[in-house]
Design a protein around this ligand. Sequence first.
Ligand SMILES: NC(=O)c1ccc[n+]([C@@H]2O[C@H](COP(=O)([O-])OP(=O)(O)OC[C@H]3O[C@@H](n4cnc5c(N)ncnc54)[C@H](O)[C@@H]3O)[C@@H](O)[C@H]2O)c1
Length: 344
Amino acid sequence: MASKMKTVVVGCGGMAREWVKHAVELDTIELVGLVDLNRDAAVAMADWFELSHDLVFDSLKAAVEATGADAVFDVTVPVAHDKVTIEALELGCHVLGEKPMSDTLDKARAMVAAAKASGKTYAVTQTRRPLVGFKSLEKFVAADGIGDLAELHSDFYIGAHFGGFRDAMAHPLVLDMAIHTFDNARQVSGADPVSVYCHAWNPKHSWYDGHACATAIFEMTDGVVYTYRGSWCNEGCDTTWEADWRIVGAKGTITWDGADAMKCEVVTPGQTEGFIREKTQVDIPLIEMADEGHGYLIRQFAEHVLSDGAVSVECPYEDNIKSLAMVLAAVESADAGRKVEVVW
Ligand SMILES: NC(=O)c1ccc[n+]([C@@H]2O[C@H](COP(=O)([O-])OP(=O)(O)OC[C@H]3O[C@@H](n4cnc5c(N)ncnc54)[C@H](O)[C@@H]3O)[C@@H](O)[C@H]2O)c1
């Protein structure tokens, strides 16, 4: 393998600008193609970064065959992810794709099968996983910082006036946003989802057509319980986009507002008596990271490809499909009005 990963970006809409920025800036990536169903979008992307129009191709196949690309970045819309990713894998490329993997589990399973058959790497950019806060919590909980994990609770309240397609979705909050928060619950707990009961609704004051609010209770492996409360139409006292967390273990509790206020209290060692046990505040060491989010995941993916897999990827498809399964099971539960199993 050469010292640069030759890469084609498919889908040149709003989010792709962030991807192309990293592809242009990283010295481990050579951007060799830009593709979009709407050719003008690919041309506009080339213009934005002052790149040659020779990079613009009319199809993924033409781009890969003309350039001998090693990798494809799939930054298209969720309904197209299966088609683009499977075609790229069959053309012999590794794929890094936007979340969510797909819009249905059947399509996601077809992507899993194609990735297995190709022997290539397919990973997803679940961008809130590689953040200092979540990485630090993941490490601290795994190192027994609060004892055996029992519960996680997350609150997500942001009154977001997007306009556009989200206003017309049946479940805008759960389908478009909750995958990040659900994924972080898996990350921090290290547990897999088992079942979910979700109630979703749309308050009278909501500016969405579909359900902008949801409360979900997930049973996870090892007896862990995870609850999610969220709204995209509350006004005031917003949480962060990373949500507001309470994480409870056998010997202590962590609270985190998704920003700077992270606190951990554990029962003071030796305290075995008393109605309310004495607690000691413990600092959770913050992991040092040079980059986060898309930058982290794109850099890591290139290192993975260039090292023939010696560097691992953060969100491989076989793990990430579990977060998609949580979302789709929550929607199924809300529509059916009963608890459902989470399968993937
Ligand atoms: N990680 C995050 O925080 C985050 C934030 C926003 C969006 N996203 C995700 O990024 C992805 C893209 O979102 P966006 O906001 O850029 O959407 P967008 O609609 O602005 O852009 C999508 C582009 O893909 C093109 N496209 C669609 N199907 C195609 C196909 N089959 N082949 C080639 N091009 C195709 C469209 O023409 C469009 O230009 C989505 O999966 C979305 O969920 C992630």
